[in-house]
Design a protein around this ligand. Structure first.
Ligand SMILES: Nc1ncnc2c1ncn2[C@@H]1O[C@H](COP(=O)(O)OP(=O)(O)OP(=O)(O)O)[C@@H](O)[C@H]1O
Ligand SMILES: [Mg+2]
Length: 380
């Protein structure tokens, strides 16, 4: 018996029992957590994970080169075991979204996601009424569907949601066993004892495997960082319903491993006969750390993320030129003041001055002067 049956007088306990029955009937295997995440050692108390044998179609594709942080994975797995709603907070490009998806990939857990924006409202998350074949029908949103069927739901970029939207899902955030959808109407003649038996009804019994994940740059808080001024801050009561984890930059060693892996994965996928040398991998990571240090000392206005150095490594393989790949992957996106910083850090790292392409190196004034001088010479 599930939420979708037509049985009469179903109780919450019966639906929960049917969920457990369904879970127990799945074929699972015990897999070493160390092997699952590529750690050097076992995680005490979490040596093995139960992994469904059959791949769920909604399990994200695994990124084999993903580098997991052992402590973060351990605490996240233990919080997932408690049924917590989990928020990954951190700088752009530190791997918040991919940590959520890659955890699910390794655990073979189905995940549905939605990227936040100003336009996302209750109906995206919890559903709405719609017309189908001339009839009014209530449909689920991403979140209520996941709650009903035991999927994980990832809401990316929480800070872009209007503050009231998350307040409207406080019951789901805190893991209530039974939630009531607001958009459903109730047939006034319906016996209340039959409410839970309705197919796709307004009352949803939490599936024990449902988990909610969020990602955010500020953790839903007002930030003193000028890069995040004006983002929506979330109600403190909403934030208190999440277990939040800071996702920081990888250590230099981890970042080199991840960068090498990302470059190799790209080359293999495109069947490229090229790679990024260990020297360049190390230098790219060194450049990123020099820049991040400058940012931490308020000498730069933004950070360099792993996303950007990954693009640099890929462009290097495509372009075959460290200068051009750097300019297109990183330099052109920087604020002008940071471009000066970047040139200095590039030179300090590679021991050679950054060669800027024509669009930066040649000024309009010098082109105009040369062009005019040539024309005058021709006319003379
Ligand atoms: N630990 C890691 N190992 C390997 N690749 C990683 C790791 N962390 C991030 N990446 C890669 O870096 C890129 C950026 O990661 P992701 O999009 O998850 O960052 P994010 O923190 O969600 O960024 P944003 O705040 O901009 O949404 C992706 O291509 C991802 O695969
Ligand atoms: Mg993200």
């Amino acid at each position: 018996m599930t939420n979708n049956t037509q049985a009469q007088h179903t109780t919450v306990a019966e639906i929960q029992a049917s969920h457990l029955h369904e879970i127990r009937n799945r074929k699972i295997e015990r897999v070493s957590t160390r092997e699952l995440f590529g750690f050097a050692n076992d995680i005490p108390g979490l040596e093995f994970m139960p992994i469904p044998v059959e791949r769920h179609p909604l399990t994200p594709a695994a990124q084999d080169d993903f580098v997991f942080n052992e402590s973060l994975v351990r605490r996240t797995l233990l919080s997932m075991a408690c049924g917590d709603s989990i928020m990954f907070v951190g700088e752009k490009g530190t791997g918040k979204t991919s940590l959520a998806t890659q955890l699910h990939a390794r655990l073979n857990k189905p995940l549905v996601g939605i990227t936040g924006s100003n336009g996302v409202d209750d109906s995206y998350l919890l559903g709405c009424k719609t017309i189908q074949d001339g009839d009014v029908k209530a449909v689920d949103g991403v979140l209520s569907y996941a709650y009903r069927h035991g999927l994980s739901c990832l809401i990316d970029e929480i800070c872009t949601l209007r503050p009231g939207v998350l307040v409207g899902i406080n019951d789901i955030l805190q893991g209530d066993e039974l939630v009531t959808l607001k958009h459903h109407g109730i047939d006034p003649n319906l016996d209340p004892k039959e409410l839970l038996s309705l197919k796709g009804g307004m009352n949803i019994v939490r599936h024990p495997q449902f988990r909610l994940f969020g990602t955010d740059n500020t953790g839903g808080k007002q930030s003193r960082d000028p890069r995040f001024q004006g983002v929506n801050s979330q109600n403190a009561a909403v934030r208190s319903r999440f277990t939040s984890f800071k996702v920081g930059f990888m250590s230099p060693e981890q970042e080199m491993k991840a960068l090498k892996g990302a470059a190799a994965a790209f080359a293999a996928k495109r069947k490229l006969q090229t790679s990024v040398s260990d020297f360049n991998i190390q230098a790219m990571v060194e450049f990123a750390f020099r820049f991040r240090k400058a940012f931490s000392m308020s000498e730069a206005s933004d950070n360099i993320s792993f996303r950007e150095i990954k693009r640099w490594a890929i462009k290097l393989m495509m372009y075959g030129d460290i200068h051009e790949s750097f300019v297109d992957a990183i330099y052109s996106n920087l604020e002008e003041s940071d471009q000066v910083n970047a040139e200095n850090h590039f030179e300090a790292t590679f021991g050679t001055k950054l060669q800027l392409p024509d669009e930066y190196a040649i000024s309009v004034a010098s082109q105009a002067d040369a062009f005019t001088a040539g024309n005058i010479a021709k006319r003379a």
